[in-house]
Design a protein around this ligand. Sequence first.
Ligand code: ADP
Length: 252
Amino acid sequence: EIKEFPVVETPKEVAQLSQSFNHLLQRLNRKIKKEQQFVSDASHELRTPVAAIRGHVTLLKRRWHDHPEIVDDSLAYIDEESMRMKHLIEELLDLSRESQLPSQKTSFKLTEFTDRLVSEIQPAFAQKITVEASSEVMVNTDQTALHHILLSLLENAGKYSPKESAIKVLITTHQQEIDLSVADEGSGIADSEKENIFERFYRIDKSRSSRIPGTGLGLAIARQYATRISAELFVSDNLPKGSIFHLVFKRD
Ligand code: ADP
């Protein structure tokens, strides 16, 4: 990184400086390309539900007089597509807002916090979620960020694993760090996809074709929240089957 403009005197220093600039330019270019791709993906994702809604509105306008039986069907479609759009817009806003917010630390008991979150969401899950912690631990971190990350990981575990399987939240305390993990018994994630899934809009093809609802933004947002609390968010294999998402962060 070039922090301030250095004084260069020899040809060697000039060459070094120009190499650093080139490097920086390449990185900047890659970043710009990535942002352009993101805007194009976002527009595409929004265009699909808009097209569907417009199609049904046109259909209703033309035919509802003669074919009142189509009304319910079309309205249900419009309802579903507009909800999909609302969800996507909320996620996009979250993604842009999140990068600007400072972290707000508070002290709280992690196991108590996790138990509470799990009992709130358990009724919406087909799988049984259990929390395993060796002991209660106090942490000093941003509770909103932690809540958002854990919820995303649990929602994914619910979506991508069979109904009768088990989901475990594991709290492992190390000297300085905590590993808060969500383990499922689902399809698991191939090594080649383990980093891709954190990219914006990235979905493994299997999830697309199996029609599991989603935008591919959940893990990108979760990683942004993780960065806000200086945590690492990554995935490993759950043996014999499934994946474990780890959030590793400092106790305070
Ligand atoms: P979404 O769930 O909306 O597609 P995410 O960003 O949350 O988006 O996840 C990206 C992709 O990672 C998913 O589409 C899915 O292919 C894969 N994935 C996420 N969590 C899991 C999991 N627990 N097990 C298997 N695959 C997963």
